[in-house]
Design a protein around this ligand. Sequence first.
Ligand SMILES: [Zn+2]
Length: 546
Amino acid sequence: MKKSLIAVSLGLSCLLGCQSSEQTNYQFQVSDLEPNLVKLASDEFQGRRPFTEGERITTAFLETEFKNMGLEPGNGDSYYQDVPMVSIVSKSAETMELKNSTASVELKGFEDFVIWTQKTDSLVEITEAEVVFAGFGIVAPEYGWNDYEGLDVKGKIVVVLVNDPGFGTEDATFFKGNTMTYYGRWTYKYEEAARQGALGCLIVHNTIPAGYGFNVIQGKHHQPILYLDDRGKESYKLGFEGWLTLPSAKKLFELAGKNDSELLAAARKPGFQGMSLGVNLSASIQVEAEYNVSQNVVAKITGQSKPEEYIIYSAHWDHFGIGKPDETGDSIYNGALDNASGTAALLALAKAFATDAKPDRSVIFLAVTAEEQGLWGSAFYAQNPIYPLEKTVANINMDGVNPYGKMKDVSIIGAGQSEMEDLLNVELEKLGRYSAPEPNPVAGYYFRSDHFNFAKAGVPALYFGTGIDHFEKGKEYGKSLQEEYVAVYYHKPTDAYDPSRWNLDGAVDDVQVLYNVGRSLANSDKWPEWKAGSEFKAVRDGYMKK
Ligand SMILES: [Zn+2]
């Protein structure tokens, strides 16, 4: 009797409330995430560094999982996309010499500076090259800013400041105020210096505007660095790229007879004129280059009625492998949050899509390589898309899940960019949650994960981070957790899975939202667009009109 009552009431509520598009969605649980997260973050996977045994184990595991869930291969009859790269070991000489006409300063490698090269010649030698200070090293016509105006830096070493002049001004109209623009990002600084024909470029490190400590740079460059294999289409490259600690930069400015605080203050003002420092720099780097092929792993669920339209979920599978040991002697960079967790979420989403009724559009699951080395796997995909970009409806990227328990909010990385955030807000609202702009826009996270390569290629991308509004303990607590993550765990061997510290209840909620957004988009005719004012809108509009 009871049974039939329930059946009747279910039937009634469905008559009243269920539309055909509102199919019951898969309901995620901790058990959908935790076992794969634990596995990917285990020492057995050796920190998942491209070109190592860790890569082989990781990509084989992903292929097996996709196969077992019944997903189709995503690249013809293969689950792999080859990503040809070059691995470069840069061994800088132990010292760098700075010299004016009467005095000299010797800086210690690794401690005072870190330099490396993208060149594959066996030796890069810089002898008494002139040093030029070029402010923030920014050419931004839309902000009327050109640090290279009137400067000839060809064959010279440019020294530039991290972030952009808007940082610290509280003036959201000066660049983007405390929100980092791409001009503030280190990759931009080197790209611009190369466009200007410089011989080398050193960025002055400063923890707050950089968003991370000098130890993060040291940790990264303790190992070989990977780049896409560009043989046959090489462009001009700097002799070296690198960073100087702030105290070392002060020594340089002192040698140049400059007051460092006056110089740094002047560089923030419009119309700042860069200058030669009257100092010459000598340094050298021994180079070992090795060409090799890494892999993106890609799986597919073919859509029922619109199989030629695609939603792409992405997460990077790679991390830093085995490297410089920390104080406890741990040398395995497990990358549990970054990004065993996002990869586990990708697998959970694949399972959910494989379990529920087939979507109308095709859904692609792309686990990319070499994100930590420069977003290379996704860059290669965007340059060599398996599915046409003009048929790719959207990208939904995951880089880290929420390990702190339930949050009311999620933090949109790059708020205001595309209509993907409106779709997100609809789904969040249904669950009584909300989105907020990222709490630390200073750090330039929009440029720091794989969705950025989809954005650059015009594909509307959604990327959100863990919120800060903790269900029980509020926002201050949530914020402090994120600060602690950056200080204690980010890109360090300590980023390991620890059940006593982790609580995946919030991650489950977030993955549910990512699923609901992708699923509703996969069952719709919507083509989300970039918002007016987004720097990526023109790219998309360009090829969608054809
Ligand atoms: Zn990372």
